[in-house]
Design a protein around this ligand. Sequence first.
Ligand SMILES: NC(=O)c1ccc[n+]([C@@H]2O[C@H](COP(=O)([O-])OP(=O)(O)OC[C@H]3O[C@@H](n4cnc5c(N)ncnc54)[C@H](O)[C@@H]3O)[C@@H](O)[C@H]2O)c1
Length: 253
Amino acid sequence: MNRFKDKTILVTGAASGIGLAAARRFLDEGAHVLMLDNDEASLKKAAAGLPQDRVLVHVGDTADKATATAAVKAALDRFGGLHILINNAGVAVEGDIMQTSEEDFNRVMSVNVAGYFHMAKAAMPELVKVKGSIVMTSSVSGLGGDWNTFAYNTSKGAVSNMVRAMALDAGKDGVRVNAVNPSFTDTGMTQDMLKDAELVAKFKERMPLGAPEDAEGVAAVIAFLASEDARLVTGVNLPVDAGVTASNGQPPM
Ligand SMILES: NC(=O)c1ccc[n+]([C@@H]2O[C@H](COP(=O)([O-])OP(=O)(O)OC[C@H]3O[C@@H](n4cnc5c(N)ncnc54)[C@H](O)[C@@H]3O)[C@@H](O)[C@H]2O)c1
């Protein structure tokens, strides 16, 4: 497939995990990709083996709105336009509300929510010109609650409704806005969880297609939502969760 030939795609959190898998997928399908991350060393390493004529790395913190403006400008300067934004960079902290410090809460919200806002706001004027689209990585944690994940759940719930609200307004300009909602995926974020055999076994019980998910499988759905194949789809939160949300919450009987 070559669905993204001559398209420019900005992917945040592109040094690792789902963002890196998405960047690779878009490149495989012919796109120009601006890979944005705040981890400079990992970003350069990740981009090293990729087609340099179609890749631009950009270091910045998405919580800082200056990063968003600079990254969009860099995409325009290098590739001449911007067609698709993948809002994906995210952070997680554990803890219930009593264990969550104000500092941790603010950091999670500033990256996972304000960061998505800054990037979308900076990209929209360009996306309107080309009837582009946005895909945001939310989470199953944005569709329902998890135990001991207060700040992260709060932020992903906001992302899930951000796409609905944006989709309603952006439709008149022909811009589509959707989310993927993964469950437990093998990425940098989950390396500690993956070492916990008991926890992995609990996830396997809850995920009919098995656990953990692979980042490439999530990236494939991001690519679908970003593509013309999904031209009639907007405002959707699409679980990419190996079946977790098919459950009503009762235990296996
Ligand atoms: N891994 C999972 O199980 C899972 C499940 C559901 C949703 N998600 C979501 O997927 C997205 C990608 O995470 P991942 O699992 O691939 O983790 P990851 O840690 O492998 O990748 C996240 C990337 O984002 C970058 N990043 C973090 N904060 C940033 C910032 N402020 N500015 C720029 N870059 C920043 C990191 O450096 C890293 O390269 C996140 O939004 C996460 O919440 C992950």
